[in-house]
Design a protein around this ligand. Structure first.
Ligand code: BG6
Length: 444
């Protein structure tokens, strides 16, 4: 018998794409490593009748485990009686276990329905049960006001410790490495400030378009979908103070402090500091000829933290671009033309780190050229766990360090609030770009 707590994972919206592509494969993988509770069951909640677990295993390698440990449960997500029925069902499973179990509710449903589900779990009394947890997928609201409302709503039924807000980028192995790398290398630790660093750029470039998510994307756009969440969180990991030795539970509040100091200087010039674009063909795809929704966004930020005063910061993301990659680039200050160094933290694909140095070119003259010192994870490790494995493992074991707190979420909305409003009212500055463009081709 292992030491992990008996657990019932209730996936609300199990028939959706997320559980098919990410959640079920991730649980299969955790089980394959043996790091899953011995007493573990998945309850697949869906409104649709006739869905079987076999229909959802296309991407799962450990099919046998999921098949044996999943039970489907049909219910109406708006009916309190059905929540009572669910509660009785969970209690019966606990009786079979012969042990108290934690209930983990994973809400894999559109944000429009999650609010009432939270309420119905709360009213059923299940939220108050010892060990119950609530896992929420982004987006957390659509702007500052709705995010604050949502936080207040959830606070009525769940305590802070019970809630896990997922930003899967925080759980990517290479994002977790940012803190470890900064902490473990004294050269970089000592120079991680405005005296040595000129500029920081975080980029998430995607090859895919909106993949049929027309409704979702028309209400979202690149600023809300990626900048408000993944890019600002990667930036926070880059700018924050390091936690005290091994104290990873401090990380969310350190990220929050870094976020609090950020501002987009649009009052200086909206167009110079915030650029938006849309790929050609997007309007036909969503069936809206006048859509001003951006599929590309690039914004400059400033930090008021004295450690980062004057450092240029840029976040860029876009869909239907030439390449897929996520990268943090740190540009070191130069003393003369040849002496600038760059550190690249590559989060995906080809995860790794490279650092550019200058070296003398062989020959009679004193000429130098720039070369990269390169480290690739794939040369040293055979596999990198998927972010959702980490998300589920940490939630089962009550580790909050890889989740965004409600304070962080509202702070990220605050950072983009002025820009969101400015873009809602200005119609002239959208750059139309060809699918397959590079970032340079879009914004120079
Ligand atoms: C999601 C966004 O949160 O992240 C998607 O909603 C985006 O639009 C995706 O494509 C990117 O995640 P990853 O892990 O594929 O880089």
């Amino acid at each position: 018998m292992n030491n992990y707590k008996p657990t019932i994972l209730i996936i609300i919206g199990i028939s959706g794409d997320l559980s098919k592509r990410k959640l079920l494969p991730a649980i299969g993988q955790i089980a394959a490593t043996g790091m899953i509770p011995d007493q573990f069951k998945i309850i697949g909640v869906t409104r649709q009748k006739g869905i079987r677990i076999d229909d959802l295993l296309e991407y799962t390698t450990n099919k046998g485990y999921i098949y044996q440990n999943t039970m489907m449960f049909n219910m109406d997500l708006t009916d309190p009686k059905d929540f009572e029925r669910l509660q009785n069902y969970l209690e019966d499973i606990e009786k079979e276990f012969g042990n108290e179990s934690q209930y983990i509710f994973y809400l894999s449903v559109p944000p429009t329905v999650s609010k009432s589900i939270v309420e119905l779990i709360g009213l059923s009394g299940m939220a108050k049960k010892e060990g119950t947890k609530l896992l929420l997928e982004k987006p957390f609201g659509v702007d500052l006001k709705s995010a604050v409302d949502l936080v207040e709503h959830i606070d009525k039924y769940f305590s802070i410790e019970q809630v896990y807000r997922i930003d899967h980028y925080l759980a990517k192995e290479t994002a977790q490495n940012i803190i470890v790398f900064r902490n473990g290398n004294s050269l970089f630790k000592k120079t991680w400030n405005k005296d040595f660093i000129e500029k920081i750029e975080v980029t998430v470039s995607e090859e895919i378009g909106i993949e049929g998510r027309a409704n979702f994307y028309e209400q979202t756009g690149a600023l809300r979908d990626l900048i408000q969440s993944h890019l600002l969180q990667l930036l926070a990991l880059t700018l924050m103070e390091l936690p005290k030795e091994g104290q990873f539970d401090q990380v969310p509040s350190l990220r929050y402090d870094a976020l609090k100091a950020l501002k987009i200087p649009i009052e200086k010039s909206l167009v110079a500091h915030a650029k938006r674009g849309q790929y050609n063909g997007y309007r036909e795809e969503v069936g809206n000829n006048e859509s001003m929704v951006e599929t590309f966004a690039s914004i400059d930020l400033e930090s008021s933290d004295p450690r980062w005063e004057g450092v240029k910061i840029r976040l860029t993301t876009g869909k239907a671009l030439k390449e897929k990659y996520t990268e943090i680039k740190i540009y070191y200050k130069k003393d003369n033309e040849n002496e600038s160094n760059e550190l690249h933290l590559r989060l995906q694909p080809d995860e790794g780190i490279s650092f550019s140095v200058w070296a003398k070119r062989p020959g009679y003259e004193h000429q130098v050229s720039r070369h990269a010192l390169n480290f690739s994870f794939k040369d040293h490790f055979t596999s990198i766990p998927d972010a959702y494995e980490q998300v589920l493992f940490n939630a089962i074991n009550g580790d909050h360090s890889l989740f965004s707190s409600s304070e962080e979420v509202t702070e990220t909305w605050k950072v983009i609030d002025g820009l969101q409003k400015a873009w809602e009212t200005s119609t002239y500055d959208i750059i139309l770009y060809k699918k397959g463009s590079t970032i340079e081709e879009i914004i120079g």
